[in-house]
Design a protein around this ligand. Structure first.
Ligand code: CMC
Length: 439
């Protein structure tokens, strides 16, 4: 049994499954918060049949001691700590340490970790040349993923995923360099010179400086914006078995190195049903605004089964209640708009949309509430971040979660390669027809 499973309780023979007249006992496993799962690890061996669960909606694909999520009650905890507490009281660096190493750092551990992050903030100068090859219209998520994958070529020692000595260094490298990679992508796509990291700045301050400072002007890091960014990154830092984290785990299960596994996760995050939704929300609000701002028209369109339009930033596979992150982000949006003195007509449309959706039977019956992406894009927009960069910021936030899951899995002696089954629906065996005889 793996170390993470030590808090799992087994209820032997808690259920039985009848198949072809034979009774097969099923054990239940119980997690530390009392959630139960039927153990089907020997199901196929015992019955000859597989279980069918498209999109894995009912499947616990792993045990994990990192994040607890109760979607019915809107609860989210990292390593046991409430997301509300962490967002209010912790730094992103502390949260990253907590997720990856399991405990909040002591002062000495925190200082050592921060110093290591500073030490690794530069990119190899040769990597800068890669940016020259991208067109100005490139989507930054593609750059991000390619650059992270390329890190493995500069640090070949990272390619052995089982190399314990290198693991911590690789983790710190990735955490530190993703910031620089993202900021350099912004500079490239805006035709501006790269701004190098300044190691006296905080993690978030350094990122804002690399993004927005120009050699021609003095750039003062705004500590209020640092606070907001810090909070947003914490809120995005982990969300248990979401699509991108599951991707990182799946790729990592082949004992693939951390850079390559996270690069795959970045690509999964890019999609509009996942992290790409924050970009899609603002694009949707812009469309509604340009169309005259009638939110009811768009609510009706989202309900219309003949249309493929969905209310972006609404709904969640797991939350059937208000996403606790969205609640905190909504407050952060107020703060940011007040602080920057921004009056964004899109915020007004977002508030109207939310109000209309929350009182509409279609959304009520399906438990569709605003999710983390509904307001985050509006904050990034107010900070001056371009729309196609929103998902990059999501990736920066989600990175500690990806790393924590990759590490948890690779350190689990019972880890096996992820390899699901399928129900084949293609043609039966048929004879090969030479091309000359085909119709
Ligand atoms: N607008 C309109 N209808 C919706 C929406 C929406 N945003 N989301 C779900 N529904 C309907 C859906 O049409 C279906 O209706 P019916 O039962 O009549 O067929 C029902 O609600 C259940 O939807 P589903 O697609 O089966 O639910 P899912 O768990 O597979 O999908 C989701 C979850 C997040 C992909 C989906 O709600 C969605 O597409 N939302 C918009 C995109 C979005 O905001 N994504 C960000 C998710 S949170 C952050 C992250 O993961 O990155």
């Amino acid at each position: 049994m793996s170390e993470q499973e030590t808090s799992l309780k087994r209820h032997s023979g808690a259920a039985a499954f009848q198949y072809r007249g034979e009774e097969n006992a099923l054990d239940f496993l119980e997690g530390s918060e009392g959630e139960r799962g039927a153990d089907i690890t020997r199901f196929r061996r015992n019955t000859g049949i597989v279980t069918y669960d498209p999109a894995l909606a009912n499947t616990a694909a792993t045990t994990s001691a990192i994040t607890y999520l109760d979607g019915e009650n809107g609860i989210l905890r990292y390593r046991g700590y409430a997301i509300e507490d962490l967002a209010e009281r912790a730094s992103f660096v502390e949260t990253a340490y907590l997720l990856i190493y399991g405990e909040l750092p002591s002062q000495a551990e925190h200082d050592g970790f921060s110093r290591a992050l500073s030490d690794h903030s530069l990119l190899h100068e040769d990597m800068k040349r890669f940016y020259d090859g991208y067109p100005m219209t490139a989507h930054p998520m593609a750059i991000l993923s390619a650059m992270v994958n390329s890190l493995s070529t500069f640090y070949p020692e990272s390619q052995d995923a089982l190399n314990l000595e290198e693991r911590d260094r690789t983790i710190v490298r990735l955490l530190s360099k993703l910031r620089t990679i993202a900021a350099f992508a912004y500079k490239k796509l805006h035709g501006q010179p790269f701004t190098y990291p300044q190691n006296h700045l905080s993690y978030c301050g350094n990122f804002l400086h690399m993004m927005f400072a120009l050699p021609t002007e003095t750039y003062e890091v705004d500590e209020d914006l640092v606070k907001v960014l810090n909070q947003l990154l914490i809120l995005h830092a982990d969300h248990e078995q979401n699509c991108s984290t599951h991707t990182v785990r799946t790729v990592g299960s082949a004992q693939t190195n951390l850079f390559a596994s996270v690069s795959a996760g970045i690509n999964a995050l890019w999609g509009v049903r996942h992290g790409g939704a924050n970009q899609a929300v603002v694009e949707m609000l812009e469309r509604i605004h340009a169309d005259g701002g009638d939110v009811h028209k768009w609510i009706n369109l989202a309900k219309d089964k003949d249309s493929d339009f969905r209310l972006m930033g609404f709904g969640h596979r797991v939350y059937k209640n208000y996403d606790p992150r969205a609640r905190i982000i909504k407050q952060a949006a107020d703060l940011t708009f007040n602080k920057l003195g921004v009056r964004d007509p899109l915020l007004e449309i977002a508030l109207q949309l939310e109000e209309a959706a929350l009182s509409d039977d279609y959304f009520i019956e399906r438990n569709l509430y605003p999710n983390v992406d509904f307001y985050s894009g509006l904050i990034y927009r107010a900070m001056g971040v371009p729309t196609n960069f929103f998902t990059v910021l999501f990736a920066l936030g989600r990175l500690p979660g990806w790393i924590a899951h990759w590490k948890e899995q690779i350190e689990d002696p019972s880890m096996r390669i992820t390899r699901p089954r399928q129900l084949y629906t293609g043609p039966h065996q048929r004879d090969f027809t030479p091309m000359s005889e085909r119709d």
